[in-house]
Design a protein around this ligand. Structure first.
Ligand code: 87F
Length: 600
């Protein structure tokens, strides 16, 4: 609106200025009278135009005022009636990015912030992070890991001591260069990860074989100044995580821990979040450059057809140990030996993957084990019996809570039951217990599942046990449903033809692969070119500029997600590699079945 008004004002100014202003070049023949009358006519026309535009502007302003008033009245009346436009107004498959933005804000998981890539985690999402944290914390402590806390800042010397680890990441490091108005003598970095912060201390603390293994974990925030498009939870410039850092005397111990932690990460996703993941090893190109090898749990978002790294567990080998002088005197005597190290991390990204996996057109769908609230009890009030219904509802919620379930009652009197149903559906609470007058008469209640909307009537006498069992069924069903969808998107491919179409159909491909970096880079280029061609054709049809197609094609490049472990390949029904099998993308011999896809 402001822009339109500005344009109108400028037009008026130009129209008025032109006749009265001196002409740039005066006519040589001095034909003044004709000019005068022309100028007068032009001035008159300009005045008329000015009047007309002013009138139009006033009309517009009046119309806007009227519309604003009407909208405010409608909102107020909706509020009064206990209804509002607070619900979802876009479908998950209709416009996924908009759906995601709506679901995370309207369900009160996230509040946006005025620094790009930074978000406020509201209690509804932070409580889920609490659950994840508890789950991981208990499990790692059982494995002998202890928590510690290291500083947020790291000096440039330290950060760059192990060059290969920072390689490629350097542009993402955020630096503090000033305190108040004074430039720092030496800038200090905000931790993007803590290898270089922790390992000098490891070198001090580890002297003999008796100091091993050393297993530390830190719960903290880290900052990575990403330039790719930020997405709440999935890719933010500051995020929360745990980072485990361990040191062992032998590679065997380190190897065993890498897998034990990876299984824990699998459990976080599958047992807690009901999100299926695939365990495997990263390719040379995709592994953590500072380490020996990287294992990963890979998730998949069916709505976008993109895979997503869920968490990683790295064997660092002796690389950092050598750089930082982390050595121990072995039990057998003799010279000091370098330790074997691992590092592993899981972030708040996991919450975003869960939201994207399970959410539907009505909002969040939370797996019971991670849900902030597992059961909401809603009384269906009838005139004259408000307090009676509310007190039954309160009693039921209390009984559920006392039995250890996370339950609450919504006895608000200024909201209708219908409004409450939508609100708790939006927030993803796994079970709604409805209690109407007829239920009270029959000493029963109706439980409604958030994931399927299926309704079951339970007697009060067994309600607690029935609801507890129902929550277990929901948890299992949600994982099974998500797994079935992901499985249906995985296709075994043996040659190049068919590879890009599988990705275009929002799928992943498992293919026999030579495992060379050259081939992976080549596949990236070829798949990018194929999707660029497809995007160019589509955008030509839609009449878009070429740049827009380019941008989309870049994200259309395929990469290796992981080389799935044997157990995972078996689950996918991938046969043993045939003798003499060839790489799906080049002439080399195939070495491993590898999972490929587009990714976040
Ligand atoms: C960004 C900037 C600087 C990832 C970075 O995965 C450095 C890095 O080292 C960096 N982004 N990484 C790799 C992190 C490796 C590792 N650290 C401990 C983990 C898990 C937890």
């Amino acid at each position: 609106m402001a822009a339109a008004a500005e344009i109108a004002d400028t037009d008026v100014a130009a129209a008025v200025a032109a006749p009265t202003g001196a002409p740039a070049t005066a006519p040589a023949d001095g034909a003044a009278p004709a000019e005068d009358s022309e100028a007068a006519a032009a001035a008159k026309a300009a005045r008329q135009l000015e009047k007309k535009l002013k009138k139009e502007q006033q009309k517009k302003e009046q119309k806007e005022k009227k519309e604003k008033k009407a909208a405010a009245a409608a909102a107020a009346s909706a509020k009064k009636k206990g209804q509002s436009n607070e619900g979802m107004d876009v479908g998950k498959e209709e416009d996924f990015p908009r759906w995601y933005n709506q679901v995370i804000t309207k369900s009160e998981l996230i509040e946006f912030y005025d620094i790009s890539g930074c978000y406020i985690l509201r209690p509804w999402s932070f409580s889920m992070w609490d659950s994840i944290r508890d789950f991981v914390d208990v499990a790692i402590k059982k494995q002998g890991v202890r928590n510690a806390y290291f500083p947020l800042f790291v000096s440039q010397d330290r950060l760059e001591k192990e060059a290969s680890h920072i390689e490629g990441f350097a542009p993402e490091v955020a630096w503090v260069t000033r305190s108040g108005q004074t430039d720092m003598e030496k800038p200090i970095a905000v931790r993007p990860t803590s290898e270089t912060i922790m390992y000098p201390a490891f070198a001090k603390w580890i002297r003999s074989h008796r100091d091993l293994p050393l297993k530390l974990n830190q719960w903290s925030n880290v900052v990575r100044w990403e330039f790719k498009h930020p997405t709440p939870f999935l890719r933010s410039r500051e995020f929360l995580w745990q980072e485990g850092h361990t040191a062992f005397a032998t590679q065997e111990e380190a190897d065993a821990e890498v897998l034990a932690i990876l299984d824990l990460y699998r459990d976080v996703y599958e047992t807690l979040l009901a999100v299926p993941v695939i365990r495997g090893r990263k390719s040379e190109k995709e592994k953590f450059a500072g380490g020996l090898y990287t294992t990963t749990v890979e998730g998949f978002i069916p709505s976008t057809g993109r895979a997503i790294q869920g968490a990683t567990s790295h064997c660092l080998g002796q690389n950092f140990g050598k750089m930082f002088g982390i050595t121990y005197l072995p039990e057998s005597g003799g010279a000091a030996k370098t330790v074997w190290q691992n590092s592993w991390g899981l972030t708040t990204r996991s919450i975003g993957v869960m939201v994207m996996t399970h959410g539907d057109d009505k909002g969040l769908v939370l797996p019971p084990r991670v849900a902030t609230l597992q059961v909401i009890v809603i009384p269906i009030v009838v005139k004259g019996r408000e307090e009676e219904m509310a007190s039954h509802a309160r009693r039921i919620a209390d009984e559920l809570s006392e039995a250890g379930l996370r339950a609450d009652v919504d006895a608000r009197t200024d909201k209708t039951p219908g409004w409450k149903f939508s609100q708790w559906e939006l927030k993803g609470v796994p079970v709604r217990v409805e209690l109407g007058p007829r239920d009270v008469e029959a000493s029963s209640a109706v439980a409604v599942r958030r994931d399927t909307f299926a309704k079951t009537t339970y007697p009060w006498a067994s309600l607690v046990d029935d609801v507890r069992a129902l929550l277990d069924v929901i948890q299992a069903d949600m994982l099974a449903a998500a797994r079935a969808t992901v499985s249906s998107r995985i296709t075994i491919v043996h040659g190049w033809e068919g590879f890009v179409p599988i990705l275009d159909a929002k799928g992943m491909a498992v293919a026999p692969w030579c495992t060379t970096v050259e081939c992976e880079e080549d596949v990236k280029k070829r798949s990018e070119a194929a999707s660029l061609a497809a995007a160019a054709a589509a955008s030509a049809a839609a009449g878009e500029a070429a740049g827009e197609a380019d941008e989309r094609a870049l994200s259309g490049a395929a990469k290796t997600l992981c080389m799935p472990f044997k157990e995972e390949l078996d689950k996918m029904g991938v046969p043993e590699m045939a003798e003499g099998a060839c790489c799906f993308a080049c002439e080399r011999a195939a070495v491993a079945f590898t999972l490929w896809g587009r990714s976040y």
